[in-house]
Design a protein around this ligand. Structure first.
Ligand code: GCU
Length: 674
């Protein structure tokens, strides 16, 4: 049975008509060096080529024939050192893959400055075969543009995954540290194949327990497995840990005993995990403890932790996802209000982690106005790979297109072309500490991600963390070729379907800038009618504001003025974009939209279109049957049926509800059959 466990590292035999060409181009594996990382590179090439070419390659210490694949660094490999490759261009983690002649033999060299770079290059080489790229005259020079490329697991110590839709946590805390599930190695391989170089093991809603010695030993065991693959382990730190596990009465960052607690804790962690990456912190958000409890700023809180890990080379990723229902302010303005004034106050090993939008991973949000607004503070992007607000694991939504939209957005903070990507990769303000986090969708399901197409979202996150300017379409194509088939009759329609799927979910859930109208708490399915007493900020009716007069949230000057948090030109563009209509504007039901239809009619049309588009996805998938094994074909088909049923549910529920205010008939052609 094909259960999707192998992800995009399937290495199934190449079609007969191409196999010979690849067999001549990859005859022999020569990995010069013997570090655990280089051994992992050798094992992967062995595994990959065996699968793809149908027989294990020769493994030699030096090339003995044409078609040898030579992997290593100038330090590990005299051969690579002798080739004088422009390795100065690829930094500590990049690589060069190049066709070369050596000792009269035609070889392919996979070279890097570090063993991890060489491993990344080995994965890329295999990917080239998996996607059927030619191997004659190869010349690939590539390096990551972002330094910290991490997954954030919202995994609790009891293995429940907050917002997880693919089983339980893969971290088996009970059996750690002595039993290291082989799955951890496959996890590391999958991440290394994308260049993901770190992982935060525990939930941002953290328990202090995770910082106690037994758990640190468990985390160290995981770190041991991940290390050869270039991945560091990080932990979410609970700000009140000095009280809960330190026996102190306070967690005030200005208290000397509290500072001493964190210093000692950091020293202990680094004794147990010498290459520990650092802390991720959610503070003063959704009831979590934080420096604000002591009237201290986020900078004071972050700097205390940063000081503790600094001597060990650690960093602090401090989240800007803060808001409080006790404030009268529009929720989406709060993070900016809180963090913008702190620009310049953070230590240089702190990076502030900002969700792509100012609200919370909605199907569509304008970019967070913090991007580009803090020249002195490095910001890292936080994307949600798990589909909390996008239909969990049964709806097919390719998030590559979503991520790309956020990264391409122009903040205008330094004139035209000041994209979010340039903030994230550090070019905009010359920051060297840069990062991207993806809230993982990984769990114990055999297919890891809850569905086959959700694997693409992990994949796309990793590729965009490596290069925030990469094309999400190209990434989808790479993924589809490796995961399913290289046949253009498969690749073209499936990539088209993936690319459209994001707009489709927006259409059937939250068209025209609607937001946060999902069922409260679980966030599944429509619930625009819900009003939660005392929690406007979690309440659909607060966000859509439908009434007999109209619909939408006025965030212009006449309303909450959230628009003023953007650079003027960016604000102008966002406010004029119909995709954000009801996010920024309150409109009347009969106001005209760009199509010439009224707002009411346009809403009905978009909702209906969303359903029709899912029906189209089902038909597309039916046509893919010849290219896909039965197990994966059937699961995708069944999930698409669920998605269509639920798109219809969204449409019917939202239209019926909003119609109770608009009191208008459905436009011609959209009325239900009599
Ligand atoms: C969302 C999500 C929570 C999560 C929070 C966060 O609100 O629903 O489960 O804890 O984001 O990012 O901290």
């Amino acid at each position: 049975a094909d259960d999707g466990y192998d992800l995009w590292l399937r290495y199934r035999p190449i079609e007969a008509r191409y196999a010979d060409a690849y067999r001549t181009a990859a005859t022999e594996v020569v990995v010069q060096g013997s570090s655990p990382t280089l051994l992992a590179a050798r094992a992967e090439l062995n595994r990959g080529l065996s699968g793809l070419l149908g027989a294990a390659p020769l493994v030699s210490a030096a090339p003995t024939r044409d078609g040898a694949v030579v992997v290593g660094t100038p330090a590990s490999s005299p051969l690579i050192a002798s080739l004088r490759l422009p390795l100065d261009k690829v930094g500590p983690e990049g690589f060069i893959i190049r066709s070369a002649q050596t000792g009269g033999r035609r070889v392919t060299v996979v070279a890097a400055n570090s063993d991890v770079g060489a491993l990344y290059g080995a994965f890329r080489f295999l990917q080239m075969i998996q996607t059927r790229q030619p191997l004659e005259r190869v010349d690939v020079v590539d390096a990551p543009k972002v330094k910290i490329r991490v997954l954030n697991h919202w995994d609790n110590l009891d293995r429940h995954v907050e917002r997880g839709y693919s089983g339980q946590s893969i971290w088996d805390w009970w059996r750690l540290p002595d039993y290291k599930d082989p799955r951890y190695t496959d996890y590391a391989r999958a991440n290394a194949s994308l260049g993901i170089n770190g992982t935060v093991l525990n939930n941002v809603n953290a328990k202090a327990d995770s910082l106690t010695e037994p758990y640190l030993r468990k985390a160290a065991a995981v770190a041991d497995v991940l290390r050869p693959y270039g991945m560091k382990v990080y932990l979410s730190a609970r700000f009140s840990a000095p009280i809960e596990i330190g026996g102190l009465k306070t967690a005030d960052p200005q208290d000397p005993q509290v500072r001493a607690f964190w210093k000692a804790k950091a020293d202990e962690i680094y004794r147990i995990i010498p290459d520990f990456g650092g802390f991720l912190v959610k503070a003063n958000s959704e009831g979590q403890p934080g420096p604000g409890d002591y009237k201290r700023s986020h900078a004071e809180g972050a700097n205390m932790l940063a000081e503790a890990v600094a001597p060990h080379g650690g960093i602090v990723m401090w989240r800007a996802f803060v808001y409080s229902h006790e404030l009268p302010e529009d929720r989406i303005k709060q993070a900016y209000n809180e963090f913008k004034p702190l620009d310049g106050q953070f230590r240089d090993n702190v990076i502030v982690q900002v969700k792509n939008g100012p609200l919370d991973f909605q199907p569509r949000e304008p970019f967070s106005p913090l991007f580009g607004a803090t020249p002195k503070t490095p910001l890292m992007m936080e994307f949600q790979v798990t589909k909390e607000y996008l239909g969990f694991s049964t709806h097919l939504v390719y998030l590559g297109a979503y991520f790309e939209e956020a990264l391409k957005a122009d903040t205008w903070q330094k004139g035209k072309g000041s994209t979010v990507a340039k903030v994230v990769d550090g070019r905009m303000f010359g920051h060297r500490l840069t990062g991207m986090a993806g809230v993982a969708n990984i769990g114990t399901d055999r297919n890891w991600a809850g569905s086959i197409f959700d694997q693409a979202n992990w994949y796309a996150y990793g590729r965009l963390a490596w290069n925030p300017e990469a094309s999400s379409r190209a990434i989808a194509e790479e993924w589809a070729r490796q995961t399913f088939s290289n046949d253009p009759a498969f690749v073209t329609p499936v990539v088209d379907m993936m690319m459209k799927s994001r707009e489709t979910v927006v259409n059937y859930m939250t068209p025209l800038g609607l937001t946060h109208i999902m069922g409260t708490g679980h966030h599944y399915g429509p619930a625009p009618w819900v009003s939660e007493a005392g929690r406007a900020d979690w309440t659909p009716v607060y966000y859509h504001r439908a009434s007999p007069e109209g619909i939408g949230f006025d965030r212009m000057k006449t309303g909450s003025n959230a628009i003023a948090q953007y650079a003027p030109q960016a604000g102008k563009e966002l406010a004029a974009d119909e995709k954000n209509l009801l996010w920024f504007h309150r409109v009347k039901w009969d106001d005209k939209t760009q199509s010439g239809r009224t707002v009411w009619d346009e809403l009905v049309v978009r909702y209906t279109q969303g359903v029709q588009e899912v029906a189209q996805m089902r038909r597309t998938w039916e046509g893919m049957k010849p290219y896909v094994d039965a197990d994966r074909y059937e699961q995708v088909a069944d999930y698409l049926a669920i998605q269509e049923k639920e798109a219809q549910w969204w449409r019917d529920a939202c239209i019926a509800y909003f119609q109770s205010f608009s009191k208008r008939p459905l436009p011609a052609g959209y009325a239900p059959p009599a």
